[in-house]
Ligand binder design. Structure first.
Ligand SMILES: Cc1cc2nc3c(=O)[nH]c(=O)nc-3n(C[C@H](O)[C@H](O)[C@H](O)COP(=O)(O)OP(=O)(O)OC[C@H]3O[C@@H](n4cnc5c(N)ncnc54)[C@H](O)[C@@H]3O)c2cc1C
Length: 452
């Protein structure tokens, strides 16, 4: 069977949906078709909550209405090959989809290292964005009492915290000196460790997994230092790898980091084929070095840029690198980070000044539900440009870190934050007199003027 469309989007998760809906709003006369292999698609960032707060995956689905409401066609099928010259995509049910423009949003899959002995045992799980697999893991975990999570990045931490709501023996193993070591400097990562420990989660840092022990089923984990942890389930949260096979087979250019190469309009080596989301090349906004950051927020931003530029380029709508903005929550304590940490900035050669202020997120701090709010800002010493920020606070942390992200993206100066006009209210914000982000900027200003 032959099907014709103007724009074909392969992948129907975060990046695919946003690419199709944004594209349709910019080019309403064009026909859009989303091709997606899964019958149902999970909200990827909601996956950890299926294991605790949500209790099942049905409450965590992306609704197909977002496509049908926008006059976008959906075909549940797998793309198996692309002819980039004749612009034809073949699918597993034998359909040829003829397209004018193609957006690849094929995402990423979890990594299970080949060297890991015992990785094949029953109850060794990775966390794919696949409803059928996730439902199976949920069922199997119901019979487990001791879970070891390998990897203390945000996915490992969220998985551990949610599983801990049902199973009271959960341990995180992290090879780096601290959990969440990539988005946070040590002093903030240590706070996250303290919060997790207070919630009953055991943490072993500075040590990695050597082997999963057991005969048929998992019985434990052997670590590099020779110690053993008992376990009846192991979750491997050791990272994700971009799904680029389809693009590679089509002859599109891929980069050394394993992504599909793209330019600032998200165009691949064939300008009529774009790539967005976890499968597309990632560069640091601040250094332009290739990086492995895979985030839904970045995926959606790339998808918007790609779709706006599908048929005509705009010099104003380009994607010039990921700021790596991240946030998570442990109970009602939020953790957020954007841009470079102090540690990373120094490693990459920036001369920097930092300012950290600890305040409260309501005023007075005696109000019910008030939280400590810690803001750390990182700015370049000479020019005073904001290049990074970290926040720990209440549930407002997500929005505050987004504000810092906007400051980084717009190369804002620390003086602009220091003198910023802000809205405050006792129930909603920190006090105007000790607004943590402004106070952190004040500390940086004093340091730059050698006053402290
Ligand atoms: C547990 C977890 C929690 C996360 N939490 C956060 C968070 O809080 N914040 C955040 O910013 N990011 C988070 N992320 C990262 C985020 O989920 C990803 O960055 C995001 O899913 C990327 O979206 P995507 O559309 O590029 O790819 P994916 O979500 O991987 O989707 C790709 C889609 O393409 C389909 N596909 C692939 N190949 C084909 C083919 N050949 N034919 C048809 N269809 C195909 C796949 O089936 C899939 O549906 C989390 C990730 C995980 C796993």
């Amino acid at each position: 069977m032959k099907v014709k469309t103007d724009v074909l989007v392969i992948g129907g998760s975060a990046a695919g949906v946003v690419a199709a809906t944004t594209g349709k709003s910019f080019y309403p006369d064009k026909k859009f078709l989303v091709l997606r292999k899964d019958k149902e698609v999970l909200v990827p960032c909601g996956i950890p909550y299926i294991f605790g707060s949500l209790d099942n995956s049905e409450k965590n689905l992306i609704s197909d209405a977002i496509l049908s409401d926008n006059d976008i066609q959906l075909k549940i099928d797998e793309a198996i090959s692309i002819d980039q010259n004749d612009k034809i995509c073949k699918t597993s049910d034998g359909t040829d989809i003829i397209f004018e423009k193609l957006i690849l949003a094929t995402g990423s899959s979890p990594v299970k290292p080949k060297w890991l002995k015992g990785g094949h045992l029953q109850n060794v799980f990775t966390i794919p964005k696949d409803k059928v697999v996730i439902d199976d893991i949920l069922t199997k975990l119901k019979d487990c009492n001791k879970v070891v999570v390998i990897g203390g990045g945000f996915i490992g931490v969220e998985m551990a915290d949610e599983i801990n709501k049902r199973i009271k023996n959960v341990t995180i193993v992290e090879i780096l000196p601290h959990i969440l070591s990539i988005p946070f400097d040590d002093e903030l990562a240590i706070r996250a460790e303290e919060v997790l420990a207070s919630r009953g989660i055991k943490i072993k840092t500075g040590d990695g997994i050597k082997e999963v022990l057991g005969t048929e089923k998992v019985e434990g984990v052997l670590l590099n230092d020779g110690s053993k942890l008992e376990a009846d389930a192991v979750i491997l949260a050791m990272g994700y790898t971009p799904n680029i096979l389809l693009a590679e087979k089509a002859g599109l250019k891929t980069c050394s980091e394993g992504f599909i190469c793209v330019d600032e309009y998200m165009r691949t080596s064939n300008p009529d084929i774009l790539a967005v989301g976890d499968c597309a090349e990632k560069k640091s906004f601040l250094t332009q070095q290739q990086r492995g950051y895979m985030l839904a927020s970045t995926a959606c931003s790339e998808a918007r840029v790609a779709s706006m530029n599908l048929y005509k380029l705009s010099a104003l709508k380009t994607f010039t690198g990921t700021i790596a903005m991240f946030c998570t929550a442990l109970g009602d304590i939020g953790f957020g980070a954007a841009g470079l940490t102090e540690k990373m900035a120094i490693e990459r050669g920036f001369e920097i000044v930092t300012g950290t202020f600890e305040g409260v997120d309501k005023h007075p701090g005696t109000l019910p539900g008030a939280h400590k709010q810690i803001v750390k800002l990182i700015a370049t010493k000479e020019s005073g440009v904001i290049i990074g920020g970290e926040v720990i606070g209440g549930t407002g942390t997500g929005e505050l870190i987004n504000l810092i992200g906007v400051a980084i993206e717009n190369h804002m100066l620390i003086i602009s934050i220091l003198t910023a006009q802000i809205a405050t209210h006792p129930l909603l914000t920190a006090p105007p007199t000790a607004y943590p982000i402004i106070k952190a900027a004040e500390i940086i200003t004093k340091k730059r003027r050698n006053l402290i």
